[in-house]
Design a protein around this ligand. Structure first.
Ligand code: CO8
Length: 260
């Protein structure tokens, strides 16, 4: 533990215009203690401000994306400790980034399921296992799992998973709409980086607005969401990239977006 606390719990690399954050706390299966939370949030916020970064991939190890919140760190805390520290609140900032994020999930995503759901695109290896096992510890999800999972897979599966701790394998997660695609484990990182580089090659304002528009679907009525989308759709016609993208199509050449 002492050794672990003295080192960082993540690795950050640049891959072209994409960035890769690898959770690196192998002895605890990437359990999400406060250090991991603070490092992931600080790294993603720094990348969000960096104009050279167009998309962030978050991944774990082959065995565990993240085995949940750190049980050893929480076990002896009481209500006031948790309330006054506003435990886990910083994770919300991951969901507020403007730069798109891709979760590349292999192995256990238990509670790590919540971290993955804070990302915009979820890719799963065929080894992925998703679950909200908090109930088996006498507690409940605390990083938005009860809300995110219910929106992602519907009430029946979310309720069963949160009440029993039952896990979903990758195939079920794809059928249920939790992940966009399942790929062989050895192709996961390559696929995730390919998605990230594709996103990072698009017009940045269009990407940000598309992300905002999809995210709005979870926050408002259909009519208000469509109105929000329409306003943004009109707004993209103020960008040079709209002219370039449409000119490139007509001229049968790849677009060279200015705002990337
Ligand atoms: N917290 C702290 N340490 C952990 C955690 C964790 N969540 N998960 C694993 N570890 C540690 C183990 O204690 C063990 O350490 P040591 O070698 O010192 O004994 C080491 O990682 C390796 O783990 P295992 O020996 O258990 O590995 P196995 O391959 O046998 O099993 C499992 C892997 C199935 C993933 C198993 O480790 C497990 O069930 N982990 C706990 C999963 C869990 O319940 N997660 C939910 C966490 S609680 C929680 O999230 C409640 C808070 C609410 C909101 C936030 C959620 C993110």
């Amino acid at each position: 533990e002492e050794f672990e606390e003295a080192r960082t719990t993540i690795r950050v690399e640049r891959v072209g215009r994409a960035a890769l954050i690898t959770l690196d706390r192998p002895r605890a299966l990437n359990a999400l203690n406060l250090q991991v939370m603070n490092e992931v949030v600080a790294a993603t916020e720094a990348l969000d401000r960096d104009p050279e970064c167009g998309c962030v991939v978050i991944t774990g190890s082959a065995k565990a994306f993240a085995a949940g919140a750190d049980i050893k760190e929480m076990r002896s805390r009481d209500y006031l400790d948790m309330y006054l520290a506003d435990w886990f609140a910083a994770w919300d900032r991951l969901g507020q980034l403007r730069t798109p994020t891709v979760a590349a999930v292999a192995g256990y995503a238990l509670g790590g399921c919540e971290l993955a759901m804070l990302c915009d695109v979820l890719l799963a290896a065929d080894t992925a296992v998703f679950g909200q096992p908090e109930i088996t510890l006498g507690v409940i999800p605390g990083i938005g799992g009860s809300q995110g999972l219910t929106r992602a897979v519907g009430k029946a599966k979310a309720m069963e998973m949160c009440l029993t701790g039952r896990t979903m394998d990758a195939a079920e997660a794809e059928r249920a709409g939790l992940v966009s695609r399942v790929v062989p484990a050895d192709e996961l990182l390559g696929e995730a980086l390919a998605v990230a580089e594709t996103v990072a090659g698009m017009s940045l304002p269009a990407v940000m607005m598309a992300k905002e528009a999809v995210a709005r679907a979870f926050e408002t009525t259909l009519a208000e969401g469509v109105r929000f989308e329409r306003r943004l759709f009109h707004a993209v016609f103020a960008t040079a990239d709209q002219k370039e993208g449409m000119a490139a199509f007509v001229e049968k050449r790849p677009p060279a977006f200015r705002h990337r």
